[in-house]
Design a protein around this ligand. Structure first.
Ligand SMILES: [Zn+2]
Ligand SMILES: [Zn+2]
Length: 228
């Protein structure tokens, strides 16, 4: 489903899946392809938007949890695309895949995973419209990133914040203090479209601001946020 010019959202298909996003510019980027079992459904949805995997140049993930990366290996096998990992994801590739596979009880195929073709540090330029800022936002996992487009004013937040929720920190290498600092950091960005890793996306600056407000009060992060 198209949510902004050149920005597409494919909603998660089940409890162990994640939202997928496609950003189209001179280069086309897919973020979080989700679980491989749902790949066929995703490709069908993309076709309805006149989008296809053949047009995808780069695949990224917001973090190394199988609900986000499981389909990457299959895509890499079947399409001519590059897998781009953030510096922190490269550092945590082995331990995260081992731990996450154990924690989620994923079969061994997920551990095989993939290797990176590109390393992304802090910027990924797709074209004139989207020069994405790649922001390291640890907490839910040590390798979590958010992608922000100053041009499109959208933020892909992965499992850091959701509608009325935040990412859990009880998974391997999770850290609540870091999560709070990361939420504070992204809450300062001018965002008109919040593209979350699970559940609904949030449209409109006011709705996004009140979502951060809800998170602060509900989770009691207000005092901590002021200190950081
Ligand atoms: Zn996660
Ligand atoms: Zn997730």
């Amino acid at each position: 489903m198209r949510v902004q010019e050149g920005v597409y959202w494919y909603r998660e298909k089940g409890p162990f899946d994640a939202n997928t996003y496609v950003i189209e510019d001179e280069l086309t980027l897919m973020i979080d392809p989700g679980l491989r079992d749902y790949l066929k459904l995703r490709l069908e949805e993309m076709e309805r938007d006149n989008m296809s995997m053949e047009r995808v140049d780069i695949v990224m993930i917001t973090h190394l949890h199988p609900d986000h990366y499981d389909a990457v290996a299959v895509l890499k096998e079947n399409y001519d695309l590059r897998v781009a990992l953030h510096t922190s994801q490269l550092a945590y590739l082995e331990p995260m895949i081992e731990e996450a596979a154990r924690f989620f009880g994923m079969p061994a195929r997920s551990r095989l995973a993939f290797c990176a073709d590109m390393e992304i540090k802090d910027v990924l330029r797709l074209g004139d419209r989207h020069e994405l800022q790649v922001i390291h936002t640890p907490g839910h996992s040590p390798d979590s990133i958010c992608l922000y487009s100053p041009g499109g004013k959208f933020l892909v937040s992965g499992d850091l914040v959701f509608e009325h929720g935040v990412g859990r920190t009880d998974l391997p290498f999770g850290n609540e203090e870091e999560l709070i600092r990361s939420i504070h950091r992204i809450s300062l960005l001018e965002t008109e479209l919040l593209l979350t890793g699970h559940g609904s996306i949030i449209k409109g600056r006011a709705g996004i601001a009140s979502n951060y407000e809800f998170i602060r009060s509900f989770y009691g992060y207000g005092d901590n946020l002021r200190q950081t």
